[in-house]
Design a binder for this molecule. Structure first.
Ligand code: NAD
Length: 487
């Protein structure tokens, strides 16, 4: 049966309308299971009006009352965890075993940012003896939020939570490839008590619905998670209208494996960092830089494990890798096999269609040996299960390779030597450095990228700063002289 999805405005799914229809296929079978009715500029306008109308009450509600609602959303999302995880896995192709914890994380996003909101406080300045000067923080207004397809619930909930916890309202556009789970999540948020209009959802292509939303004159700010080129376009448009924008963009992250690393942990960690979520993650450790003395042994063991990754239906709890999200994306990832070969790289394994998985967009995980860090497979974001190896001799060389990239989102370091760890932490130019751990996300800490990986940071204080306006008030403590003009 084909489901039709469209927008959710003022707390209600929009049932009718004449928008363009887009077929959406199940990544595991290739069959069309969903039809997206695209929101045009008029529908986007209604969604923004709805968010603007809700802003009055939501922004002036006491933080405690707002937080009660955010805590209820956390509870309700967790209670619907199995349902949401199945929907997310089926529509994205992500293995359900990896998706299920992300639903609890989606709930946690609302709880964590509610906690942050309850600690927001101003400053007072009494250095000038005649005046009391203090600051307050006010919600900024209506946000346009844009999310990608690789983890719609984890990333969509992050965008929404950082925005509404500080009293703002929003219109979110999920990716046109994966619209279903976000709509259901926002519906559940309303069941938990979210007032109508605080969160609205519009669906459609970036060039139509996305542009109508980000260029809408009544939008006060933009929160974007997606590709670097799209981010540049949106930021240029935002700049022309002086709208602040936070950008979480692409990555080509390095994983350095030092000679003293715990090899088994480093293997587990580097495999997970590139192949989790079917390799479709911004923080994927796609460039693995191994010390020459252990390279042969490490790479051979990595290839052996990559070959054994269990490929299967995303709804099967034993599956470690599902299909890629859509046909064009699988073609894009496989296209890098030719790019690699023409650059002189050696494909060590993978890239084929796994036997028994000819339907849908499955592919075997790829391991390649790069001829050098200049190769396109080391410089371009492939965003799939494509691990690329490089070898180094001196730590400075490994760090230089890590930094020789347009991107700077995260970096992984595997070592038991404190000096190596601290040198990497200081010298690698990336927003997050993970030492002896893959993908530890501390929601209170800033997260974001250097260079082409982003502008701004999510995280407790950083989100509070972005999503509120700081206001300064000065009051004389006694009658102060005012220079009298025209008396
Ligand atoms: P994308 O840039 O193609 O699309 C992202 C979103 O932007 C989609 O909803 C799309 O419809 C919309 N969009 C496209 N053009 C637009 C326009 N002109 N105006 C407004 N909206 C527009 O990215 P994608 O392929 O969906 O996602 C993969 C990318 O996202 C990768 O580069 C990945 O690294 C990045 N990503 C980054 C993070 C992070 O936190 N840094 C997290 C996840 C994904």
């Amino acid at each position: 049966m084909t489901v039709t999805v469209s927008s959710l405005i003022e707390g209600q799914r929009v049932a009718t309308g004449g928008g363009h229809l887009l077929p959406i296929a199940d990544p595991a079978t290739g069959e069309v299971t969903c039809e997206l009715r695209e929101a045009d500029a008029g529908e986007v306008d209604r969604a923004v009006l709805s968010a603007r109308a809700a802003f009055g009450n939501w922004s002036t509600m006491s933080t405690d009352r707002r937080n009660d609602i955010l805590y209820a959303i956390d509870q309700r999302l967790r209670a619907h965890g199995d349902e949401l995880a199945a929907l997310e896995a089926r529509t994205t192709g992500l293995p359900i075993a990896g998706v299920r914890p992300l639903i609890d994380r989606a709930g946690e996003n609302f709880r964590r940012f509610a906690e942050v909101a309850s600690t927001v406080a101003g400053e007072t300045y009494l250095q000038n003896a005649q005046f009391l000067t203090y600051t307050t923080r006010e919600p900024k207004g209506v946000a346009a939020l844009i999310a990608p397809w690789n983890a719609p619930l984890a990333l969509g909930s992050m965008r929404i939570a950082t925005c509404i916890a500080f009293g703002n309202t929003c219109v979110l556009k999920p990716s046109e490839y994966t619209p279903e789970s976000t709509l259901r999540m926002v519906e559940i948020m309303h069941e938990a008590g979210l007032p109508e209009g605080v969160v609205n959802v519009v669906n459609g292509r970036g060039s139509v619905t996305g542009e109508a939303l980000t260029s809408h004159p009544d939008i006060d700010m933009i929160g974007f998670t997606g590709g670097t080129e799209t981010g540049k376009r949106i930021m240029a448009a935002a700049g022309a209208r002086l709208k602040p924008a936070i950008m979480e963009l692409g990555g080509k992250s390095a994983a350095i494996v030092a000679p003293d690393a715990d090899i088994e942990r480093a293997l587990d960690g580097t495999l997970l960092a590139i192949y989790a979520s079917n390799g479709q993650q911004c923080l994927g450790g796609s460039r693995i830089i191994v010390h020459r003395s252990i390279a042969d042994r490490f790479i051979a063991a990595f290839v052996e494990r990559a070959r054994k990754i269990r490929i299967g239906n995303p709804l099967d709890t034993a599956t470690e890798m599902g299909p890629l999200a859509f046909a064009a994306h699988r073609d894009h990832v496989r296209g890098y096999l030719d790019v690699a070969r023409s650059d002189g790289a050696e494909i060590l394994c993978g890239g084929g269609i796994p036997a028994g998985f000819e339907q849908g967009w499955y592919m075997e995980p790829i391991v390649a040996m790069a001829p050098g860090n200049d190769a396109r497979i080391c410089q371009e974001e492939i965003f799939g299960p494509f691990a690329t190896f490089l070898v180094y001799s001196e730590l400075d060389e490994a760090i230089a390779i890590a930094n020789q990239s347009d991107f700077g989102l995260v970096s992984y370091v595997w070592t038991r030597d404190l000096a190596t760890a601290m040198t990497c932490s200081r010298k690698i130019r990336a927003g997050t450095i993970w030492i002896n751990t893959p993908m530890m996300r501390e929601l209170r800490a800033p997260f974001g990228g250097y260079r082409a990986s982003g502008v701004g940071r999510d995280g407790a204080q950083h989100s509070a700063d972005f999503f509120t306006e700081a206001k300064t008030t000065s009051i004389p403590l006694e009658d102060t002289a005012i220079r009298a003009l025209g008396r």
